[in-house]
Design a protein around this ligand. Sequence first.
Ligand code: PNS
Length: 159
Amino acid sequence: MILVYPGSFDPVTNGHLDIIERAACICDKLIVAVGNNESKKPAFTVEERIELIRAAIGEREDIVVTSFTGLLADFAKKVGARAVIKGLRAMSDFEYEFQMALLNKKLEPDLETLFMMTSVQYSFLSSSAVKEIARNGGNIDGLVPDGIKDRIIMKLTCR
Ligand code: PNS
């Protein structure tokens, strides 16, 4: 079974990585799909976001990292995914994710949306928080994978 894990990943955090690793255990192939939505004014380009995720997960035959434009439902259908998987941190994520899941179901009735609860140690973590801390010289140890920490800091602090 193929699952799609979509997101902005601007940048990938340890919370995302936790979902990626656990989601990969319950499918044959996990497609990590970086949303290419310039209107969100991402700090990292799509290529940078893909590269950071690839560097964080290392060589994995069961995980593909790519990008998509347009509707998630169309992308998921094109790649033959049975379901989309999203991480949930708190009730505050629920309303938006519930709406997205229902819209995607309307667009593509055969496509399911699955929710995986975050591991408790990452329930406070978000890409926005990582960016704010790094931009202001704070310590992001433990929030993002060690191997990509310096690249994230460099990008966010060099103007
Ligand atoms: O990590 P994020 O920012 O919550 O990820 C959002 C993403 C990329 C999953 C979401 O914006 C998305 O699905 N974009 C594609 C457009 C789409 O299909 N929208 C749903 C119907 S309105």
